[in-house]
Design a binder for this molecule. Sequence first.
Ligand SMILES: Nc1nc2c(c(=O)[nH]1)N[C@H]1C(S)=C(S)[C@@H](COP(=O)(O)OP(=O)(O)OC[C@H]3O[C@@H](n4cnc5c(=O)[nH]c(N)nc54)[C@H](O)[C@@H]3O)O[C@H]1N2
Ligand SMILES: Nc1nc2c(c(=O)[nH]1)N[C@H]1C(S)=C(S)[C@@H](COP(=O)(O)OP(=O)(O)OC[C@H]3O[C@@H](n4cnc5c(=O)[nH]c(N)nc54)[C@H](O)[C@@H]3O)O[C@H]1N2
Ligand code: SF4
Ligand SMILES: [Mo]
Length: 721
Amino acid sequence: MKTSYTVCGICEQACGLKVTAENNTVIKIEPDKDNTFSWRDYCIKGAKSHLALNHPKRITKPMKRVGDRYVETSYEEAISDISSRLNNIIDNHGANAIGSYTGNPNGFNFGSALFQAMFLDAIGTESRFWVGSVDQNALHVVSENLYGNPWVSLQADIDYCDYFLLIGTNPQISGMCWIGYAPDGWKRILARKDAGAELVVVDPRTTECAAKASQHVAPLPETDWALLLAMIKIIFDNNWDKAPRQHLNDLATLKSHAQQSDLNMLSQRCDVPLETIHSLAETFAKAPRAMAIGRTGVSQGRNGVLALWLVQALNLITNRVEQEGGVYYAVGVLDLLAAGDKLFPKSEAVSRVRGNKNVAGSHSLAELPDEITTPGEGQVRALIMNSGNPVVSGPDGDKLDAALSQLECFVVIDQFQRESHRHADWLIPGDHFLERTDINPLLQSLSPAPRAQLSRAAVELPEGMRYEWEFLRDLAIAMNKPFVMGKQWLNPIVKATMKLAEWTGNKNHGFSPLWLSRVLIKSGGVFKWKDISNAQHGVGDVHARPTFGALFTKLSTDDGKVNIAPPLFLETLSERLKEPAEDTATFPLQLIGRRRMKMMNSWSVETSMSDMKEKEMSGGTIEINITDGEKLGIIDGQMVTVSSATNRLQAKAKLSKDIRSGVAVMEHGWGYRTFDPKTGEGSYNGGVNRNILVSNTDLDPLSRVPRLNGTRVSVLGVMNV
Ligand SMILES: Nc1nc2c(c(=O)[nH]1)N[C@H]1C(S)=C(S)[C@@H](COP(=O)(O)OP(=O)(O)OC[C@H]3O[C@@H](n4cnc5c(=O)[nH]c(N)nc54)[C@H](O)[C@@H]3O)O[C@H]1N2
Ligand SMILES: Nc1nc2c(c(=O)[nH]1)N[C@H]1C(S)=C(S)[C@@H](COP(=O)(O)OP(=O)(O)OC[C@H]3O[C@@H](n4cnc5c(=O)[nH]c(N)nc54)[C@H](O)[C@@H]3O)O[C@H]1N2
Ligand code: SF4
Ligand SMILES: [Mo]
């Protein structure tokens, strides 16, 4: 019997786990109650995560495509074939012909993320695509423009807050985390509410959180910017603002733009009564300590950047940034702002077909199909897809699927072969967090107070399997590309450390991600490596009070001040203000999403969802407001055709009073197959893939995030079609 302490690698709640294993098999996963940081969010996804380990469909050896099935081969064969194919493509078409897509779980796998970035640097490609473009890119654009660094993410001082304004987030299900940690955050918010704090939830649906709020405001989707702009105008008009002027540029510009706007028009846009907006503005501005938080509900729409900008502007003008009970920049095990360009070199890459500048180093997933199918120099001919399922989780999956079928060389790194991987030439095994001894200094830097934990592997890798980072390193070396810092002469040293690791039987001996983490953590100077490696449950005092003010002393803008009114945002705002209302005749409803506790985006089929009964699966359901249903002649339980300008599908209608009118709700992550690569057979996880309805050209012009929350649809009873 072996007990190991680790950090759950599924979501940013980063729960401490106590894992019991016997004969290299996990038999129990419990919360690690000695981990003071975060065990209270522990959920079924973590508890059952080990079911993926020995799953019969798991990929544990490199698999080569032969016809419509795959055969297991050796790493040597895989690396030799892939390296020569990729080198051929680079020689004939240039490095940008090699593309990559990196999905969400890669953010929790430091070794793979780091070595994948090094691999892509080594081959010199700019054709990088990542999941941020269906998730958080709006925040990166806002941070880059306001603070000069796309990676600035402000943390919440929950226990001291008197007024929470939560916009487009449902933390009871999703956890109170997003590019940052807030251990036990939702329960701590509820505790503040019990102690008298106001909790306002802004969401088109009466979510689990909205139902517990002191006030629920339900605007139309993608109109939060109008609600926020109106609040800001009312605050300025009434002189309730108390902005820290010494830290801000262009406050007067923001003020004049806000004051020129028409409150009645803004109230109509978001469909929230003016009296409600007025009272929100007044109570927020006058609350002793307050914070506004905006998350994926707003970032995954066409106005994500505008909304998240105005969230920050609201916080700034009411002096909620770097204040007790507000939001603040937390210096963690690394100081991400100070590290700036050294850790995250700025990229000037512009996408080839649509000519868009990258966001945080990557292009938008929405642009990937065109990059694969449009001939010309730099056309993406090979792709490495690491921990992603973008045909299901991204926009216009059908179009992406068709494009992926055209690739000359398609390499997938994953634990399972899912819908997005059906055209893969090679399947490379993905490691599981329960098999990794690692530390993620980048993610851990987003703690509310300095904190670090070395996660211990509970079990060993399946026999003969390599870590993802080993595969990426070995591939770069086989391709004869300069793997470390662009220096070809370092390759023999890397090779020597590989030999050393082989002799000692310890993969971390030598040039490994763990070694690099150690160097990074040492350079941060906050913790001693010895203390981290001696601790089983992590180091750092989570309850330590932050020293407020760090953000304003570390800004990466030209003059060290916050640009509160970037011209680019003002221009887009003016366009939105002039824009006529969208055509609601053809597509009367806007489709938004929801998450469920047991499911992590599209990938819990083998674990927390494994014993789920068919009737519990609702991925084939579209929920609409009862009155809308009556108007459209749809009855509860009826099959309907849901159409958008992009595609159509069939689903079962559920009429609900929990959704405001003009809105429809469908979960994402359904309607796809997980294959058994050996037989080529795929089993569906139920429901339908609602993201096929989402356009990959109708995007937020500033972040290039598609309208996963906001796509216009029509719903017609099947009999009427
Ligand atoms: N309509 C709608 N669509 C959405 C969203 C929404 O709210 N509404 N949410 C969006 C958000 S927030 C996100 S983050 C994206 C997610 O989008 P993606 O990251 O592209 O997709 P996932 O569905 O998370 O699939 C992750 C894949 O990683 C694999 N995997 C898991 N762990 C590991 C590992 O350790 N190593 C390797 N190699 N593979 C691993 C899984 O098997 C799975 O195939 O979806 C987005 N899509
Ligand atoms: N159980 C579970 N937990 C998860 C995940 C999961 O898939 N399952 N995914 C993880 C990931 S990758 C992420 S990024 C986070 C996301 O965490 P959150 O950002 O909290 O995401 P959601 O829970 O989807 O909440 C988004 C809310 O926005 C609302 N919404 C939709 N459109 C609009 C709009 O236009 N305006 C406003 N104001 N609201 C709108 C939706 O109704 C929904 O309630 O969750 C993480 N945690
Ligand atoms: S999946 Fe569950 S157990 Fe794992 S980190 Fe997230 S909340 Fe915690
Ligand atoms: Mo996400």
